[in-house]
Design a protein around this ligand. Structure first.
Ligand SMILES: [Zn+2]
Length: 422
């Protein structure tokens, strides 16, 4: 393996600038975009608490022309970005539940999983992904660093509350045996020291084992102007080209990949020990469609320009509404809403409140970096304000029909990719 100095913010209680590519170590990284300083998206202050000092971190995106990786310019200590009271649960989002059911069906058919096979999910969250494999009769184990793992445990899905590492991989292997399948959904781009993590995955895999990752897809991010998915949890923004490069360093070969709809556009990638699986045409097809080198540089420059224009257009719509005296609220508080709100510069003077569905762990907190309260959506239907901005715009169709059914009458705005009234 190439010697690449690991980025380690863990244990610093602070942050470390990324001066070398996280995957290949190349040091001449090019700046793609700067969103200014941002608060951690999941540290939410309880409403009414005395305002205290809060950390803000520079948020910029870098491009490595050697391995094609687009990455964040700063690594923040995971204890800051994944606090034990991390409020995200995947089971509450329909599109994620459906996606995990689809992942199970695809894996079960493709890998011909048997009852004895062990399936390990890294970053297993509330156990939604593994519940499908458990219902299918397979042995399952979740690894999840935050308290959300206890929800999974209560559902009967065994979960270790730890950060994944080669040490944990060896521990799991000793206790449970090798894994036929290791999954990492929406977390393989998050973990620092990705080379150690990948080594751990290789150690955990049986000789015929398969590693399936799902990550937000760089090309979809660029095409749909999803700059709001840029925040400190997401250290890397993979194309299939850059992800394959990373896995190859560890002798893993990508043998199948396909686009999936989660998080506004993700990629599901199947990898195994080199030569152990037949490589499908999907891999070459997807890689061929991705810009590289000078073409990628040009694509990123266009992205930077479009992000700025999108911000100015949204502000212009909001200004017009405010001049007419409209009350504006927000629909849903996903992590991405924090980037959008802070980059655009929205505060409690512009947005009265943000609604979440009953049961959300975010209700009763302020949106990060602001004094915009997150409230139960009942308030929206009781007050019927003139306008609502859909922060979960990537599922705007689904939300619009629900909101209309529940009799919300106001104007609905989607902030991205092109800000407009629905
Ligand atoms: Zn690189």
């Amino acid at each position: 393996m190439e010697q690449v100095q690991a980025i380690r913010a863990g244990g610093t209680g602070a942050s470390v600038p990324i001066e070398h590519c996280q995957v290949c170590g190349h040091s001449a990284l090019e700046n793609v975009l700067s969103l200014g300083y941002m608060p951690p998206v999941n540290q939410m202050v309880t409403i009414g608490e005395v305002p205290r000092q809060q950390p803000w971190f520079p948020t910029n995106l870098l491009y490595c022309s050697t391995c094609e990786l687009v990455q964040l310019g700063l690594a923040v200590d995971p204890v800051i970005i994944f606090p034990p009271d991390y409020p995200y649960t995947s089971g509450t989002t329909r599109i994620l539940r459906e996606n995990f059911a689809d992942l199970y069906a695809e894996c079960a058919a493709m890998l011909k999983l048997s009852g004895d096979d062990l399936v390990v999910d890294i970053g297993s969250n509330d156990g939604t992904l593994l519940s499908n494999f458990q219902s299918g009769g397979h042995r399952v184990l979740g690894i999840e660093p935050t308290d959300v793992g206890r929800i999974a445990d209560k559902r009967g899905i065994p979960t270790m509350q730890r950060y994944f590492s080669p040490k944990i991989a060896r521990e799991v292997r000793r206790q449970y045996g090798a894994a036929r399948l290791v999954t990492a959904a929406n977390c393989f781009a998050h973990m620092e020291d990705v080379h150690a993590v990948t080594d751990g995955i290789v150690e955990l895999l049986a000789p015929d084992g398969v590693f399936v990752s799902e990550s937000h897809y760089l090309i979809g991010l660029l095409d749909r102007l999803q700059y709001d998915t840029i925040y400190h949890e997401h250290l890397r923004y993979y194309s299939l080209t850059s992800l394959s490069h990373l896995l190859e360093v560890h002798d893993l070969e990508v043998f199948h990949a396909r686009a999936i709809p989660t998080h506004g556009g993700s990629v599901r990638v199947y990898a195994a020990r080199r030569g152990s699986q037949k490589v499908r045409p999907s891999v070459a097809q997807m890689k061929a469609a991705e810009p590289k080198g000078a073409a990628m540089r040009e694509r990123l420059a266009t992205f930077r320009k479009d992000v700025l224009l999108s911000k100015l257009r949204l502000l212009s719509i909001i200004r017009d509404l405010k001049e007419k005296g409209a009350r504006i609220c927000g629909i849903s508080a996903p992590s991405r809403a924090s980037t959008l709100i802070n980059y655009i510069g929205l505060d409690e003077g512009v947005i009265d409140y943000v609604c979440e569905i009953p049961g959300s762990l975010k209700i009763g907190k302020y949106m990060p970096g602001t004094l915009i309260p997150v409230v139960d959506e009942g308030r929206l239907f009781a007050e019927n304000p003139e306008c609502a901005i859909i922060f979960s715009w990537h599922i705007a169709d689904e939300l619009t029909s629900i909101l209309r059914k529940k009799s919300f009458m106001g104007i609905l705005i989607t902030p991205l990719p092109n800000p407009h009234m629905l």
